[in-house]
Design a protein around this ligand. Sequence first.
Ligand code: PLP
Length: 208
Amino acid sequence: MSIAQNFAEIKNKIHDRAKLIAVSKTQPPEKIQAALDTGHRLYGENRVQEAVSHWAEPRQNYPDLELHLIGPLQTNKAKDAVALFDVIQTIDRESLVDALAKEQEKQKRVLKYFIQINTGDEEQKAGVSFEEFPALLEYARSKNLDVVGLMCIPPVDEDPARHFKTLAEVAKAHGLQELSMGMSGDFEAAIEYGATYVRVGTALFGER
Ligand SMILES: *Cc1c(COP(=O)(O)O)cnc(C)c1O
């Protein structure tokens, strides 16, 4: 299947119920170009440096491009992240809020943000716990970050449905409109539970 066919098939399955973030991490430039050639403009990356190398140039040629950071962010990369991305989905601690607020001010740029919740309480995974989330949301708002939603990556060995459901409930309880959840293997389930953004890599670009 070609990349154009993959995009058509996945978009057909989503059927406008959620926005499709095409996850282009580790993909070669020719595959990214093939995706751009289908007209798709919404992409996700999980590392800042790689995102710069993938997208600095297309940025010049595609003014309607929208780039989301979906991987963990170190504070010392906040500068590059604010310069490149439109949306950062992985806020999970106060020190990162501070770094992003400072960079927005310096660069006179305004981004949108998601808070990542570690719904499975996994030690190796980024994200704030459910317990600490309300305080972090309040803190981010106090620093004028425009937090629009929540993001999660459920544990690989569990049924993701419970995680999607809980994330949706927490977002609703805090007046957050957007939900970034669901990947190649489970985006349809995520949409059933209210995902507004799904993040799909393999099903569009092939195995990494
Ligand atoms: C890589 C990645 C994806 C895409 O995963 P696929 O299974 O290839 O669709 C989605 N979300 C995050 C945070 C990722 O790092």
